[in-house]
Design a protein around this ligand. Sequence first.
Ligand code: DC
Length: 225
Amino acid sequence: MNKKISIAIDGPASAGKSTVAKILAKNLNYIYCDTGAMYRSLTYLALKNHCSFEDEAGLLILLNKMHLEFVPTLSGQLVYANGENISLAIRQPDVTKGVSAVSAHRLIREKFVIRQQEIAKSGGIVMDGRDIGTKVLPNAEVKIFLVASVEERAQRRYRENLAQGIAADFETLKQEIEKRDFMDSTRKESPLTQAADAVMLDTTGMTIEDVVKKITKIVQEKVKS
Ligand code: DC
């Protein structure tokens, strides 16, 4: 495979996007860009600086000063904001609860979209998020829309949290996922929607390997053509 293409993976919370995107990027020797981590990093800084999630101007100041770095390591990708390793902090429940409100602001999205397009401009990228196929990379050669039942997504998040030592209650997680789905897909600015030319994959009951295999097949077809 030598033609380096762009792969957009969108879908609701905990549909398996980042797990699958990371494996694909590794297999293809592509860059992986987790756009959710960008919105999460800003949410973390808002909490740290006592900036309201509704204060778009305040959030914009934090964003303009935020120096974000993704550092690949053998045990996964680390996220640094202004030199601080926030990889674990951005997965904590307080950030997860606030991130939909932060990501709903138009000016915040405009800035992040520019950064994301800059990262992707040379191709050879797997980018996951909510608006990648519709807004960030509308010309991506491969667009995947990953979905799964809310029960399965809550189960996955529950297991992930326990593995990371984050206290979790299944019913609460399920309600939070439903709330985030609702906020992300009904907001005014770039709501979560399937791009007209995206392939929908329902991963309920599928293993990660099966999902990766399916997408790899789609990618191979594209690279050949
Ligand atoms: O993928 P994630 O759960 O880490 O994303 C966190 C939140 O960030 C998600 O609830 C909505 C927002 N987000 C977004 O609005 N656009 C993106 N491209 C990625 C994430």
